[in-house]
Ligand binder design. Structure first.
Ligand SMILES: NC(=O)CC[C@H](N)C(=O)O
Length: 310
């Protein structure tokens, strides 16, 4: 097998050729400033070796990748029964911001990895005095960086333009699904999405998930193992929105994407990988990050069904 360095080098060259196929998200006005030519990757193995290339240190907003941390946070603070009385665990086959199944399927959002599901999940954490402060503490611990901050301009831009999310939240409030007022749940949701991270931050978080919730660098357990299992399972089935089936087939690594251009992927018991590129495909997944992961999965045999060496 080729070395990790060589695989990353080849993956980046392969992925760059696809960047012109993507478009930067503009429905949140502040995201439109993203540079579609950027591409970066960071890979951290369980033994702590860090590999990186391209724009790996560029800060970008975590967006929907925060849905995985929101779920951990809600399960830790509100517990299994409460959270899964509000949100299901089934894929939707619809876009991440779709509202349609809230009326036609069940009143509850189908899973925590879509916008409606994350808003409902966030509403479970409102008993805390400072829910966003506690979410930030958890995020900083999972990513191993104290200095992680909110991107204030993206937060304000989302809050101003998030009418679709607002519609879903009010619909859920009218059906008594939210645990709090719609605006409170939305404010927490918009803030969670607007946290500024790098590929290194997300690769560190991914390696904690790969290591069953224990930070391999310190030996400290950051997430209970039953929660890690739930989060990684939902990453497999719903982490790439309505592209989750194809991603599972082609890449085969539990992963979560965000419209800021990031994808975080957790290779069981081996490594965490995060890739970043603001140019997105029609489903809202980063074109470049997707291709980097596709290449690495093949070159390093990372697919969960890679099989035995011949
Ligand atoms: N897919 C995403 O990353 C979507 C998150 C974004 N904040 C939204 O609410 O639309």
């Amino acid at each position: 097998m080729i070395s990790i360095e060589q695989a990353i080098d080849e993956a980046m060259r392969y992925a760059r050729t696809f960047l012109p196929e993507g478009k930067v998200a503009t429905y949140i006005p502040e995201l439109a400033h993203g540079d579609p030519g950027q591409l970066g990757v960071c890979l951290i193995t369980k033994d702590g070796t860090v590999y990186h290339d391209g724009d790996w240190q560029q800060e970008f907003t975590i967006q929907s990748i925060s849905k995985t941390i929101c779920l951990i946070f809600a399960l830790q603070t509100a517990g299994y029964e409460k959270v899964f009385s509000k949100v299901g665990v089934e894929p939707t086959g619809d876009a991440f911001n779709s509202i349609v199944k809230l009326e036609t399927k069940t009143l509850h959002p189908l899973n925590p990895m879509i916008n409606a599901g994350a808003i409902a999940t966030a509403s479970c954490c409102m008993d805390l005095e400072d829910p966003f402060g506690a979410f930030m503490d958890l995020t900083r611990r999972l990513c191993g960086r104290e200095s992680i901050q909110l991107n204030e301009s993206v937060y304000l831009s989302e809050k101003k333009s998030g009418m679709r999310n607002r519609s879903m939240a009010y619909l859920m409030q009218s059906d008594n699904i939210l645990e709090c007022d719609a605006e409170l749940a939305l404010d927490l949701y918009f803030r969670m999405c607007s946290v500024s991270v790098t590929t290194e931050d997300l690769a560190r978080y991914a390696v904690v998930l790969a290591n069953d919730g224990v930070d391999p660098a310190t030996g400290e357990r950051l997430v209970e193992n039953w929660i890690v299992r739930i989060v990684k399972t939902l990453m497999v089935t719903c982490g790439m929105y309505d592209g989750s089936g194809e991603f599972a087939m082609k890449v085969g690594i539990p992963a979560k994407s965000g419209v800021g251009g990031g994808i975080m992927a957790s290779v069981e018991d081996r490594m965490g990988i995060a890739a970043f590129g603001p140019a997105l495909d029609a489903k809202g997944n980063s074109v470049g990050a997707y291709r980097v992961l596709e290449y690495l999965s093949q070159a390093l045999r990372l697919h969960y069904f890679a099989g035995k060496d011949l």
